[in-house]
Design a protein around this ligand. Sequence first.
Ligand code: OFO
Length: 165
Amino acid sequence: MLAQKMIDQLNDQINMEFFSSNLYLQMSAWCEDKGFEGAAKFMRAHADEEMGHMQRLFTYVSETGGMPLLGTIEAPQAEFASLLALFEYTYEHEQLITKKINELAHAAFTNQDYSTFNFLQWYVSEQHEEEKLFKSIVDKIRLVGEDGKALFFVDKDLAQMAVEE
Ligand code: OFO
């Protein structure tokens, strides 16, 4: 049985993962609208991945006798200055999620909740992958520049990455 405080913190994270999913789904709409079809596909696939993050937490909370609670989810930003700005935002957002996961792991450890601490290890390594992934995309766009031709190829790459994800 989890401590109520831990359940509350895990529930906050459930909401954060929902927000991540909505943010990336909304971003896919912006990409689609601007003709970046590969990026749209990539963001859509990533929105699904975030739902997986949400579900894994949801299952853990209910399996350990807690009650998952879905709160209000803030509307995500819908307008972006450029494809680079959009991906810079994803990278910042993932850094924020890493911080939240670290706080959760710290809380679990200091409360001697080793089951939750162990459960969270998956998120610790996933966040490493998430940051690496989004940083690589930001770096790529910065490297090739933002003219139409360069972005055309970045978009093609993202389409391929969406298939591999
Ligand atoms: Fe993108 O890792 Fe969950 O939120």
